[in-house]
Each structure stands twice: as C-alpha cells, then as structure tokens.
Design a protein around this ligand. Structure first.
Ligand code: NAP
Length: 307
C-alpha cells in the first residue's frame, strides 16, 4: 500500500510529489498524459517568482519534474478511471488494475470551458482552438477571433499577434477582467481590435473555420467576422468527475478544502485549479501542493499509529 497517491501532474501535483518524496514517503504520482497540465499550453510565464526574464511553460514544468524526480518521485502515465474514498484505505482504479493508498492528493486541475454554440464542437482542431501556443503558428497573416476577457484571453491574444494579421478580441462586457498590465499591452497592440458587449452565436465553416457570427448583447444587433481561427478562453471547469458524490464540492464543482487542503473526507487532500478558490495561479498551485503534502504526511504518520 502506498502512503500517498497524487492524481495529476501539473504544478500542484509535482510540488506535492517533490515534498512527499523528500519526506521519504512511499508516493506515486499518476498523470494521464505527460506532466504539465495547462501550463504546457502557456507560451511564456512572467509572474512566477525566481524567473525575472520569464520562462516558457514547457521549461518551467520540465524543471519542476526534474526537481521532483531528483528526490525519487515516481511518475506513472495512467488514466485513473475511478476512486473509492469510502474506507480508511483509499483505492485508485486505473487501466492497469487497482492501487491502494493511505492518503490521496487530488491535483487533477481544470479543463477549458466550451462556448456550447453551433459549429464549435465540429470545428475543434479545424480552426476552433483552446491553445494559442499550440495552434497560433498555423494562422500566419490571417485573421482570428479570441473569445473572453480574462487573463488567458488577453495573454493569448497578445501571443497570437506574433503570427496573425489581426485578432478580434470578443468580450461579453465593455470592461476586461484581465489584470491591468495585460490590458494596457492589449490596448496598445495595433493588431488587436476589441469587440465589446458581444457574444458569439455560431461558428461557420466546413473543412475549417470560415467566419463567426456575433450578437451585441446591448443592442441585439448581429454581425459576422470572416476569421480562419476561433480561440476560446472563457475560463475553466474543474476536473472533479472522479470524486463527485464522494467529497464535498461547491456550486461550480470545485473541491472544498480547509486551510490544510484537506477535503471533507479524511485522508483526501486537494491542491491547484480543481480547488474551490478565487485565485488560480501557478504560484498558488505550488503553495497548495506543498501544503497538501505536509498535511498528508501528518495524516500518514497518524495512520501508522492507528495501525
Ligand atoms: P476567467 O478569469 O474565468 O475569465 C473568463 C472570461 O471569459 C471572462 O472575461 C468571462 O466574462 C468570459 N466568459 C465566461 N463565460 C463566457 C461565455 N459563456 N461566453 C463569453 N464569455 C464568457 O478565466 P481565465 O482567463 O482562463 O483565467 C483563469 C484563472 O487563471 C484566473 O484566476 C486567472 O487570473 C488565471 N490566469 C492567470 C494568468 C497570469 O497570471 N498571467 C494567465 C492566465 C490565467 P466576464 O468577465 O464577463 O465574467
């Protein structure tokens, strides 16, 4: 039986893994794909302390992984299909079989939210994208739309200006949610045209995106922009399907924890973007991963005492 199984290999999971491995616990980190999570789709990170010139999302994750593995963290690529948190011994089911552990740290992150409009699903991978870093270079000298007004939308719109001839930044209000510095940069960028108070209605295209239909939410007027790409950055939904009905979630489906990152189930901890909280940053995920590891370590010590 493991001491701790960590599910998810983004910044929260890798940090929990680093701390747990250094504490000489028998810990295993399970990750569906390659470690990294959403940070891998971030071109450049400039607000993570210790990197005054910024660092690519890829390099940051690579360094976090190398640091955790230096202390012998075991990372396994496996899709977790089910967890049973009902007993003192927690059970994790994967395609390879079942694993038993004393404690679990949930660090499964979040997934990009979709618009849910006509054309979106059909054209994913053919013009509809959730990753400017991955797909931006395909749109050299073309016009694209970015949907959303948060940090991600503005950051990614700025990144896209390296390649495209124009970005329509389409936001449902007349004020951005993004941090002021990003707002200033976007406002100063000639390739970005803001379309305020507007929501997408339909994405048109056959083999690829050809246009996007829009509606002004104040006037009700409809318009259309001929774009080759639609980048959707309207927030995220927490990856908590695995634990639904087993740990307490908030109204958005995020995991509720106490200050020590412990969920409503003893021995089950959560860290990073799947947690119920207001601020989602790499730096906060890392802090929560460390805190969750510490709390899990204490839990495992007591578990031993209970025999
Ligand atoms: P977010 O902050 O939740 O912003 C989502 C944006 O999409 C909002 O502007 C929202 O509009 C809009 N939106 C939501 N649902 C929509 C819909 N159905 N149709 C049209 N627009 C919709 O998400 P995010 O930008 O992905 O950021 C997530 C978290 O990561 C945040 O905490 C953010 O600060 C953090 N983050 C930080 C950085 C950084 O520090 N460099 C970079 C990326 C992300 P309203 O504004 O009207 O609600």
């Amino acid at each position: 039986m493991y001491d701790i199984i960590i599910i998810g290999g983004g910044p929260a999971g890798l940090t929990a893994g680093l701390y747990s491995a250094r504490a000489r616990l028998d810990v295993l980190l399970l990750e569906r794909l390659a470690p990294g999570g959403q940070v891998l789709t971030t071109d450049w990170v400039e607000n993570y302390p210790g990197f005054p010139d910024g660092v690519s999302g890829f390099e940051l994750i690579d360094r976090m992984k190398a640091q955790a593995e230096k202390f012998a963290l075991r990372i396994q690529t496996e899709d977790v299909s089910r967890v049973d948190l009902s007993g003192q011994k927690k059970v994790v089911y994967t395609s390879q079989g079942q694993l038993e552990t004393k404690a679990i740290i949930l660090a499964c992150g979040a997934t990009w939210k979709k618009l849910g409009i006509e054309g979106e699903e059909d054209l994913i991978g053919r013009g509809v994208s959730f990753c400017a870093t991955c797909d931006g270079p395909f749109y050299r000298d073309q016009e694209v739309a970015v949907i959303g007004g948060g940090d991600t939308a503005v950051e990614e719109a700025l990144f896209l200006t390296r390649f495209v001839s124009k970005v329509y930044l389409i936001h449902r209000r007349d004020e951005l949610r993004a941090t002021k510095l990003l707002q200033e940069r976007a406002m100063a960028e000639k390739k970005i045209e803001f379309i305020w108070d507007t929501v997408p209605q339909r994405i048109l295209g056959h083999d690829g995106v050809e246009a996007i239909e829009l509606r002004n939410v104040k006037t009700g007027s409809a318009s259309k922009k001929d774009v080759k790409g639609v980048f959707v950055f309207i927030g995220t939904i927490p990856n908590t399907e695995l634990v639904k009905g087993q740990v307490e979630l908030d109204e958005n489906g995020s995991v509720i924890t106490d200050n020590n990152m412990e969920t409503s189930v003893p021995g089950v901890f959560a860290a990073g973007d799947l947690r119920s909280k207001l601020f989602r940053q790499i730096s906060t995920a890392v802090g929560e991963g460390a805190a969750a590891s510490f709390a899990a370590e204490k839990y495992v010590e007591n578990y031993k005492e209970r025999g």
